[in-house]
Design a protein around this ligand. Structure first.
Ligand SMILES: [Zn+2]
Ligand SMILES: [Zn+2]
Length: 491
């Protein structure tokens, strides 16, 4: 009896220690929870996808030219057991990676395009790898790799536990101005998706429940009549005059739009020489507001201004390259779960070396610009987006008007650093960025696990989505039938 007890006891201890090795942190005698299993899987693949993020950071390919970055992520996902549909939506570098079948259909968005001129070594001082070359100043190398890390872990979790449903990773190109996702949307690639998960690199950790600005952009090209500017100015009709009048009128318009509207422009062509009345001149303009609906009205008035400027100068106006994106619709049902999950994951701490790096980097920020270094360890409380807070724009907005969407942001950049800077590109290529990326992947993966195992959560997300859309209709800023502008970087 005693011997028997001893034998079964030692056998039990062997099983327990095997569990402890497989799932550290799991208390003895308990099965690992779905979150513990999923987090363990993320950690197993974290080193691999950190390396992937570094390789994409080195490729630093601009929008619609991300051949190597897209191929690398496709290979990783294919190796993990996903089916790949490459070159979707008339976008050579867009792809969809799918695992499983049936309901629910859960999507994760990934991006991988770089920005022009932001080439930067992983150093805390300004040192381009190649002068004027592109760089990952928005951290999209981390975005694509972190989302792929979450997708691979989540796939293994649903596979091991025989959970029904479809998991998709969306390789979405050209977020920086190419609106890659809008064309994927139009191609019907998101049609059956129940919930979309996303994240973006940042300088703090939190849940992004809505926010970002709806945006319109276009080039206003004025056509006039060229003439000798001294000998026969009366024969000329100046396209540059029209551009300047349009700029002035836009300044007057500022007084009569909601004060959180942003309008910004450049003169992209001001003529050839001062002694020739310019027969062609152009103004590239963007307008933004947190509400797509408000912005539609502002944009209609900007179009009238362009016609007025043409009329005053005897020129004609042509609106080219009309482009833009919607604001992100919030989803309160998903936000609550996302917040809980990010708090469960927690932030991260710097090593002594990372701390030195961040401190040195912060010295290059404008006075008062540096944030608290230990803010990377904390999660910001859940809050509604503030319409008066400055923000950027993204084609994730268009997705969110069509699929219930929730996102995270994590501290991949040193506190105080803003995206689209060399400082952001620097940490996107080293361990600080990778640690932030892993936090995002962990939060995405466990939120995905919740959606796969809790049908009520998917229903709640859908009902909140319908509520958010009430009284509003989605209309893309981009004209119907327009093909992706694959050469949008060459204006
Ligand atoms: Zn960006
Ligand atoms: Zn970005």
């Amino acid at each position: 009896m005693f011997q028997g007890f001893a034998r079964s006891y030692s056998l039990r201890m062997a099983v327990i220690s095997a569990i402890a090795i497989l799932f550290p942190g799991v208390s003895v005698g308990q099965q690992p929870t779905p979150h513990q299993q999923t987090l363990q899987l993320v950690d197993q693949h974290a080193a691999h996808f950190s390396a992937t993020s570094r390789t994409i950071w080195e490729y630093a390919e601009l929008g619609f030219q991300e051949e190597k970055s897209s191929a690398l992520l496709q290979n990783d996902l294919k190796a993990a057991g996903f089916r790949i549909q490459a070159s979707v939506a008339d976008e050579p570098t867009a792809f969809v990676a799918t695992y499983g079948q049936g309901s629910p259909v859960i999507g994760i968005l990934g991006e991988f395009d770089a920005l022009p001129g932001l080439s930067q070594a992983a150093t805390p001082d300004r040192s381009p790898v190649t002068a004027n070359a592109p760089g990952h100043g928005c951290g999209h190398n981390l975005l694509g790799s972190g989302s792929a890390l979450a997708a691979v872990a989540l796939k293994e979790y649903i596979e091991r536990n025989h959970i029904a449903g479809t998991l998709r990773f969306y390789g979405a190109p050209a977020e920086e101005g190419g609106q890659g996702k809008v064309y994927m949307l139009r191609a019907g690639l998101f049609r059956d998706v129940d919930v979309m998960l996303q994240w973006h690199p940042a300088a703090r950790n939190g849940v992004s429940n809505g926010g970002m600005l709806a945006a319109y952009s276009a080039q206003f090209v004025f056509h006039g009549v060229a003439a000798h500017a001294a000998m026969a100015p009366e024969r000329g009709r100046s396209a540059l005059d029209a551009v300047m009048l349009m700029g002035n009128a836009v300044e007057f318009l500022r007084e009569h739009v909601p004060s959180n509207t942003r309008i910004h422009y450049i003169i992209s062509n001001g003529g050839a020489a001062p002694n020739i009345v310019p027969d062609t001149a152009s103004l590239d303009l963007m307008a933004r507001n947190f509400s797509l609906t408000v912005l539609q009205d502002v944009w209609a008035r900007i179009l009238k201004i362009s016609q007025g400027a043409a009329m005053m100068t005897g020129t004609t106006v042509e609106v080219r390259n009309l482009d833009g994106s919607a604001n992100i619709l919030p989803n309160d049902a998903l936000a609550k779960v996302a917040q809980r999950n990010l708090e469960e994951v927690g932030g991260f701490t710097y090593t002594a070396e990372e701390k030195r790096f961040a401190e040195q980097l912060q010295k290059t920020l404008p006075p008062g610009g540096a944030g608290l270094l230990d803010s990377t360890t904390t999660i910001l409380p859940l809050r509604k987006p503030d319409p008066n807070e400055p923000d950027a724009s993204t084609d994730v907005g268009d997705v969110s008007w069509n699929v219930p969407t929730i996102g995270f942001y994590t501290a991949t950049f040193a506190p105080g650093v803003v995206p689209h800077t060399w400082q952001a590109a620097a940490t996107a290529g080293m361990s600080i960025g990778q640690k932030g990326m892993i936090v995002a992947a962990r939060a995405l993966a466990i939120t995905g696990a919740d959606l796969f195992s809790n049908p009520q959560l998917v229903l709640d997300a859908k009902s909140d989505f319908r509520h958010q859309l009430e009284g509003r209709t989605y209309e893309s800023v981009i004209p119907a039938g327009q093909k992706p502008r694959l050469d949008y970087r060459k204006r």
